[in-house]
Design a binder for this molecule. Structure first.
Ligand SMILES: *Cc1c(COP(=O)(O)O)cnc(C)c1O
Length: 372
């Protein structure tokens, strides 16, 4: 038995030597940020790679989310999911917007459209869904509701790099989609983020907003922020882009092996990928249900004893945190499916360099624990 620690995720990195020429370019040009050559190249390359019309790069996904809400001048209440990473809702508070939590579908763990419709009030300005684990939210129903009630839709697509539905990028759904290019994501620039939008004027406004609001030397159009991506990060993105398809391939091999080896373990379920979806293998969540002899938390601890770090993504729910739990929509009886998921889901290690032998070993631990 070896005692290497296995993490839930580890950033994919290209060979270091290949980054040196990019650094030399930056040193030569002396352009370090402010829409430099790599920044421009990466925006173009990502549009091509992802199949989206316009992209504006950011220093991280959180500032990109905050800016997306500002760009559309969202006001009032925003319907969102409690089953996400904290910054989905934090981006609302930073804009003085009121989060309204709606429960998730018990199978997809994405916002349940029927519950969205029930939560609409005259104050509702937008819907902020997440494509949880890179599996698409119900974009058709969400758009139908948004069209009927005149709401904007901004997707937190932090998990959804490269995901397609019916052959088209999921990032084209809604008014805006926000990517995270953080170290732990499928495609990383160390830190980074992006807003995907549909027309040049919207991109222009977003570009102003991420540069303090400067529209030209003397015109400041809004209280913008500093959300710019540096040349270092953009150069890393250009290099990472050469490897991202291979990285996603490896994620697929890992998730396929998990599915195979866990298929007959009683009390362990995993999420199906719909046939019309090309997924990116961003995470591998399992549900530890009542037929498993020990709880999710006990399994989490058991794995840790073997040096394997799972993550209870997402636990605790955003709606249970001190700055949100006072909201009436945060009441647990309003969010039964989200609470159940927060108690049952464990994300298993998945990253391109994870050896398949380790996947097999993790599955043996889970299988053995299932026999008490
Ligand atoms: C990672 C993540 C973000 C953004 O994270 P940054 O670290 O700011 O890039 C946003 N939403 C979700 C759901 C995430 O997982």
């Amino acid at each position: 038995m070896d005692h290497r620690k296995i993490y839930v995720t580890q950033p994919a990195l290209p060979p270091l030597a290949e980054f040196i020429p990019y650094l030399e370019q930056i040193w030569d040009s002396k352009t370090l940020t402010n829409n430099g050559p790599y920044h421009q190249q990466l925006e173009k390359a990502l549009c091509q790679h992802l199949g989206v019309p316009f992209i504006s790069l950011f220093c991280n996904g959180t500032i990109a989310l905050m800016t997306a809400l500002k760009a559309l001048r969202i006001q009032g209440e925003v319907i969102t999911t409690p089953y996400s990473f904290v910054c989905t809702s934090h981006s609302l508070l930073w804009n003085d917007l009121q989060p309204v939590f709606v429960d998730v579908d018990p199978v997809t763990l994405n916002l349940d459209p029927r519950r969205i419709e029930e939560a609409i009030t005259p104050q509702t300005g937008a819907i902020l869904p997440v494509h949880c684990y890179g599996l698409p939210a119900n974009t058709t129903e969400i758009q139908r509701i948004a069209d009927v009630y005149g709401l904007k839709v901004i997707y937190d697509a932090a998990h959804a790099f490269g995901v397609k539905q019916n052959g088209e990028s999921i990032l084209n759904a809604g008014d805006l989609s926000v990517l995270s290019l953080h170290a732990t994501k499928v495609f990383n620039t160390f830190e980074g983020g992006a807003i995907v939008c549909k027309d040049a004027k919207t991109k222009q406004r977003i570009d102003y907003l991420k540069n303090f609001g400067f529209a030209d030397e003397v015109t400041v159009m809004a209280p913008g922020i500093n959300g710019k991506m540096s040349e270092l990060n953009a150069a890393m993105g250009m290099l990472q882009l050469k490897y991202v398809d291979r990285a996603i391939e490896k994620r697929h091999r890992i998730q396929a092996l998990y599915r195979e080896l866990l298929a007959n373990v009683p009390g362990i379920e995993h999420m199906a990928v719909p046939e019309n979806v090309e997924w990116n293998g961003a995470y591998f969540p399992i549900f530890v249900n009542a037929h498993y002899p020990i709880t999710r938390d006990a399994l989490y601890a058991r794995l840790q004893e073997h040096g394997v770090n799972g993550r209870r993504y997402f636990f605790p729910l955003i709606s249970s945190m001190p700055m949100y739990r006072g909201l009436s929509s945060a009441a647990p009886r309003n969010l039964p499916n989200a609470h159940k998921a927060a108690e049952q889901v464990l994300c298993l290690p998945i990253y391109p360099d994870l050896p398949l032998e380790d996947v097999a070993r993790i599955c043996v631990i889970i299988d053995e624990a299932s026999r008490g």
